[in-house]
Design a protein around this ligand. Sequence first.
Ligand code: CUA
Length: 339
Amino acid sequence: MRRCTLPFLFFLANIAFGQQSALDPAGPQAGRIRSLESLLFGISVVIFVGVIGTLAVALFRRRRGIQQEPLESTHRPSAQTERKLLVVVSSLSAVSLLILFALIVVSVVTGREISIKSLPRDSLVVEVTGNQWWWSVRYLDDNTQRIIVTANEIHIPTGRPVVIKGTSHDVIHSFWVPNLHGKRDLIPSRVNTEWIQADRPGRFRGQCAEFCGLQHAHMAFWVIAEPPAQFEAWRRQQLQPAAEPSDPVRLRGQQVFLNNACVLCHTIQGTTAAGQNGPDLTHFGSRQTIAAGTLPNTIGNLGGWITDPQTVKPGNHMPQVPLAPGDEQPLLAYLEGLK
Ligand code: CUA
């Protein structure tokens, strides 16, 4: 199988197994959006059935009575029919206007309910920056020692509001986790804020929702909602510097990483690697996917990605770094060991 078809199959599997769906809300905002959608859909169905039904009845009657009708050019409805038509058309227009006005009111109310102004207290603040084509994620904290930097995976505690401060490093992207909230544009040199909350644990797939270049479709991420105690454990682990390699193979892998161009783009806390152009890899091994949700994080996929990133995700900014023979396996072992 060609390597570039794998990301597509992975994408289809995620959608098919319901990990990305606005119809399955997991939080208050998505719930309100879902209710609005159900209302709009219900009203639309009633109107559609009414219009098509009336059309069908009119066609049926016309066909049945066609022999008795005078020719179109000479046909003039009687004054009584004219009056009847006027009443019917005016009242239907008034009903349409009323329905549209009611829908505007409901939409505005829903918009206010899910806006940042409705934010409850005690929220976690996460800064999300869109990049072509991955997501940088920083957990802000008054204590700078407690700031976490990660990528393409946002862990959140259940039942607690999380403020997303979204911006972009290059072009306009859009932050969208359908199970939790609507879309929010991420615009360079501007911060757009929203808040999300997951009421139940789960993995929710997010997707860039604004066309941002060749790999827009492969700009995904995961929101992992977990009970507060589990989230705190994750946070404590993320605050640690990278795990020191414990065996000779991984130790060699670390040297391969630090002696190659990898360090120009990636940071691994606790080492000299401090590049800022690509995702932070300090706890890379603990993430579930690679290349912004494009493939599951397995040693095989990582090998394919590092050997030839342009086949997996054509046009992305990860260059092919030539490795000396025998260097690849230690490098993979080292990266996967960064839990
Ligand atoms: Cu980023 Cu589309």
